[in-house]
Ligand binder design. Structure first.
Ligand code: UGA
Length: 429
């Protein structure tokens, strides 16, 4: 099929290369010339496992190309995906300015029946908004349909998730448009949920918000575990073994970050408010999340007798492993607090260092992992990169002033830390 994807962020680019890999004729459109240059040369502008390989192979096979023209992309395709950013506005409402601009341009250029797909996470009613904008450009209603088809991929595993979705959600009032999308996704052989556009738009917000609530729930339990000397990992295992609950997203830690969960939680709180409902449960999950890193910082401060004059080493800066994304990363909360309290901060991350350096140049970034603890009073595990799990704790501790380990993601065990002579603190025990 002929497909165009407008926007080459995580969602757009990964959708584009995976659809190209499935044998579709894909054009990815973006207005950033630097990004387009990289893409033309088979280089991904985002750090994401497997994207470079797919780019190179699909370009070589003639299934993938880029363009800076939404018009050309629209004329090329039977299906046009809108996958541009919807950043949160000041009150949490997603800003759909970019979606509107793209819809306008699509509307001006449709010259054959086209299915326009909202892939970006957008407020309830955006299918209607995009339809109206396209009609306003003089495009007749029988030439197009607008469909909601939310994306559930995670950063770090985006390619795998796109090829192996748990479900495909299609929100459409047009059977013709729905069956076109079903045909596109049919090689994936995954369950499809056909529904109306409003429900599809809500499914995305409800899914991310439910995941956020699940994490905040286990983090709340972790606080009780700390008081009673229970072990949150065992509690999570016991709870998650009930198949009605499930064992995923029950990993207690410093809280949820990234570009999606915080944005979509804020978005759904606002959407609920606009519908006249006060979503107190979701607000509480958000509050628990906002306090989680501060709670750990308070424990650190207590043990160290204040931060002033202390050297604190941070292991991991990205909001989660396998990405260089630092949006709403807990490392940023830590750095801000530590520097304000007079600590010296040293840090190491496999790929996210440059992004954090741009925000916090005062931090001493180490190129080599074992240098991060040089002269430190404490080591803090912030992001659970796989390579951190097998570090030689003896070597890390050898050059520290005090061997204190604060494990914010339950990466190590007390027994491991004890063997290396560390005093060990973690979340939920
Ligand atoms: C999330 C959703 O998982 C995807 O389904 C969705 O498509 C995506 O948002 C989106 O809307 O685009 P992502 O933000 O990439 O994906 O990352 P997650 O794996 O969901 O992790 C989010 C945060 O929760 C991270 O900070 C992670 O450290 C934290 N987390 C996750 C926990 O603290 N505990 C857990 O058990 C799981």
């Amino acid at each position: 099929m002929k497909v165009t994807v407008v926007g080459t962020g995580y969602v757009g680019l990964v959708t584009g290369v995976v659809l190209a890999d499935m044998g579709n004729d894909v054009v990815c459109v973006d207005n950033d010339p630097e990004k387009l240059d990289k893409l033309r040369n088979g280089v991904s502008p985002i750090f994401e496992l497997g994207v470079d390989e797919l780019l190179r192979s699909t370009i070589a096979d003639g299934f993938f190309r880029v363009s800076d023209s939404i018009g050309d992309g629209t004329k090329h395709a039977d299906i046009v995906f809108i996958a541009v950013g919807t950043p949160p506005g000041p009150d949490g409402t997603p800003d759909v300015t970019a979606v509107k601009a793209v819809a306008k341009e699509i509307g001006r250029n449709i010259d054959h029946y086209t299915v326009v797909v909202n892939k970006s996470t957008v407020p309830v009613g955006t299918v209607d908004m995009v339809t109206k904008i396209i009609l306003e450009q003089g495009c007749p209603q029988d030439m197009f349909d607008v469909v909601s088809n939310p994306e559930f991929l995670r950063e770090g595993t985006a390619v795998w998730d796109t090829k192996n979705p748990d479900r495909i959600v299609i929100g459409s009032r047009s059977p013709q448009a729905a069956s076109k999308l079903q045909e596109l996704y049919s090689p994936l052989e995954k369950p499809t949920i056909l529904t109306d556009p409003y429900s599809a738009e809500l499914i995305k917000y409800a899914s991310n918000s439910f995941l956020a609530i699940k994490i905040s729930f286990i983090n709340a339990i972790s606080r009780i575990c700390e008081e009673y000397g229970a072990n949150v990992q065992d509690v999570a295992k016991g709870v998650g073994s009930d198949t009605r609950i499930g064992n995923k997203f029950l990993q207690a830690g410093l809280g949820w970050g990234g570009s999606c969960l915080p944005k979509d939680v804020a978005g759904l709180i606002k959407i609920a408010e606009q519908s006249g409902y006060d979503f107190a449960l979701l607000k509480a999950a958000d509050e628990i999340n906002n306090d989680q890193t501060h709670h750990f910082l308070r424990r650190m401060e207590k043990r160290l007798g204040g931060f002033s004059g202390k050297t604190v080493a941070l292991l991991g800066l990205a909001f989660k492993p396998n990405t260089d994304d630092i949006r709403d990363a807990k490392s940023l909360v830590m750095i801000e607090k530590l520097l304000a309290a007079g600590a010296k901060v040293q840090a190491f991350d496999p790929v996210a260092t440059d992004n954090v350096r741009a925000v916090w140049p005062q931090v001493d970034y180490k190129d080599h992992i074992y240098d991060v603890t040089d002269g430190a009073d404490a080591l803090v595990l912030v992001t659970e990169w796989n390579e951190f799990k097998s570090l030689d704790l003896n070597r890390l501790g050898a050059c520290m002033k005090q061997k204190v380990l604060f494990d914010g993601r339950r990466c190590y065990t007390k027994a491991n830390a004890d063997r290396a002579g560390f005093e060990y603190f973690t979340i939920g025990s």
